[in-house]
Design a protein around this ligand. Structure first.
Ligand code: FAD
Ligand code: NAD
Length: 404
């Protein structure tokens, strides 16, 4: 059925897409606009928990929820399809199984791994990008343990898990592995000493750029639980069974190889002819694509400039959620003829889990948190998002309610 109402199409049901859709249903009257949300799966997932799924410490169904359970389907048309291209000059989106026209477009298609052209990385390394890609990692690790335990594979090096990149994703992942590997060793009757978790980082420190005290705390906490770090070690190539590193092309062997060395905007933006700068798109302060007054680009697809530092904010779930508010306000302003607002980031801090009850981070004006307090705060942050999205029922269903 076609309507005469302006049509808002939201691409991607991640943090940015879900919260924009939710806010649009709250800010607009039903007769003001038709809202369509397109996603490749019928579920929304918590990207910030994927490292737990990948390590095997969290069940896949805890990470995801049916979109129709949290979005008001009397107000929003859900389209379960994959975006192929945005015809930005024709106000059309091409999907795998059809196409959509729009008056206003919100792009929240998230990130893809960036491999920077490193030979073999694309083909040989797993990555933590989606529920499915993360589930593969968990299955593969267990497969390696089962093969070794059964005697089918006698090569001990295949038990090694090697992780490329010690940014927040890499560090949170090895933290979960530090908790999970001892359990798998027990399950498969394998000596824990035989399994190495090796995190390789090109910079001279893990978590480059982050607070030194907290970095030091994280490193000690992880090394205490037998995570090995190779810092100042650049990965030049990824073979099916090894990272090739450093000036002398040393091989670090492993049976499970995971790349957490960087992310970039969904490649659909570049393929659709939008200008990409250092992997993402520079957007205006009102979050619109330069030159496209009806198109907003949010979350991991976008660089939003911090006027104070003249550098873009690092894209995170926290910022994606806040951008959704500004985007919904600005679409309402366009529909009603008001002024558009500038996006201003309210930085609430950064907290990273290190597995189990371990965590560290900063909140508000740089207050540092360590250990169980930090871990509890991480749960509060994650549960707060669920509350904003689906109220107390969603927190009860999908939240992290046990302390650790
Ligand atoms: P996403 O959440 O990635 O959502 C994109 C959506 O688009 C997905 O639903 C996807 O299925 C859909 N999609 C993709 N392609 C298509 C297509 N072609 N057609 C249709 N649909 C499509 N940030 C924090 O602030 N705090 C944290 O603690 C934190 N932890 C993290 C832990 C991990 C392991 C990772 C990987 C990231 C973490 N981040 C964290 C960063 C954060 O997850 C991202 O910045 C955030 O997910 C970006 O939100 P988004 O809405 O732009 O994209
Ligand atoms: P990142 O870009 O932050 O980190 C990638 C790391 O890989 C860097 O330390 C880089 O030096 C290293 N690297 C790159 N090329 C390499 C090579 N050839 N050899 C060895 N090391 C190499 O990527 P990420 O960790 O996936 O994070 C992506 C975004 O998500 C960031 O904005 C981050 O802040 C956010 N995030 C936040 C949290 C949190 O707040 N708890 C958790 C995960 C991710």
């Amino acid at each position: 059925m076609t309507s005469n109402k302006p049509k808002i199409v939201v691409l991607g049901a991640g943090y940015a897409g879900m919260m924009t859709t939710k806010r649009l249903t709250q800010k607009l009257e039903a007769e003001e606009a038709e809202i369509v949300l397109v996603n490749k799966h019928n579920y929304h997932y918590q990207t910030t928990w994927l490292h737990e799924l990948a390590a095997g410490t969290l069940d896949p169904n805890k990470v995801r929820m049916l979109i129709s359970d949290v979005i008001d389907t009397s107000r929003v048309d859900l389209v379960h399809d994959t975006v192929v291209e945005i015809k930005k000059d024709e106000n059309r989106v091409i999907l795998e199984n059809g196409e959509l026209e729009y008056d206003y477009l919100v792009v929240g298609l998230g990130f893809e791994k960036a491999t920077f052209g490193i030979k073999g990385m694309e083909e040989n390394a797993f990555s933590i990008q989606s529920v499915d890609s993360s589930r593969l990692i968990r299955e593969h690790i267990e497969y390696q343990f089962a093969r070794y335990s059964s005697g089918e594979d006698t090569n001990e090096e295949n038990l090694n898990i090697i992780v490329g990149g010690a940014g927040f994703t890499g560090i949170e992942f090895v933290g979960e592995l530090a908790e999970q590997v001892p359990k798998l060793c027990k399950k498969y009757d394998i000596d824990r000493k035989k399994v190495r978790i090796i995190n390789v980082e090109a910079a001279p420190t893990i978590l480059p750029g982050f607070d030194e005290d907290l970095v030091d705390y994280a490193r000690k906490s992880l090394e205490f639980r037998d995570v090995e770090f190779r810092i100042g070690t650049k990965i030049n190539e990824c073979k099916p069974d090894a990272f090739v590193v450093g000036d002398d092309n040393e091989e670090i062997k492993g049976g499970t190889i995971v790349w957490t060395g960087g992310v970039q905007a969904n490649s659909i933006l570049g393929k659709s002819g939008f200008e990409i700068f250092k992997g993402k798109m520079n957007v205006n302060t009102d979050l619109r694509a330069p030159g496209y007054e009806n198109t907003f680009v949010l979350g991991d697809c976008a660089w939003v400039m911090n006027k104070e530092t003249d550098r873009p904010y690092p894209p995170t779930a926290q910022i994606a959620i806040q951008e959704a508010d500004t985007c919904a306000n600005n679409i309402a302003a366009l529909l009603r003829g008001g002024e558009l607002e500038e996006f201003v980031f309210d930085n609430k801090g950064t907290v990273a889990s290190l597995g189990g009850s371990h965590a560290m981070g900063t909140i508000f004006e740089g207050k540092k948190l360590y250990g169980k307090t930090a871990r509890a705060m991480k749960n509060v942050i994650d549960n707060r998002y669920l509350f904003m999205l689906g109220g107390p029922n969603l927190v009860l269903k999908k939240g992290k309610l046990r302390p650790f």
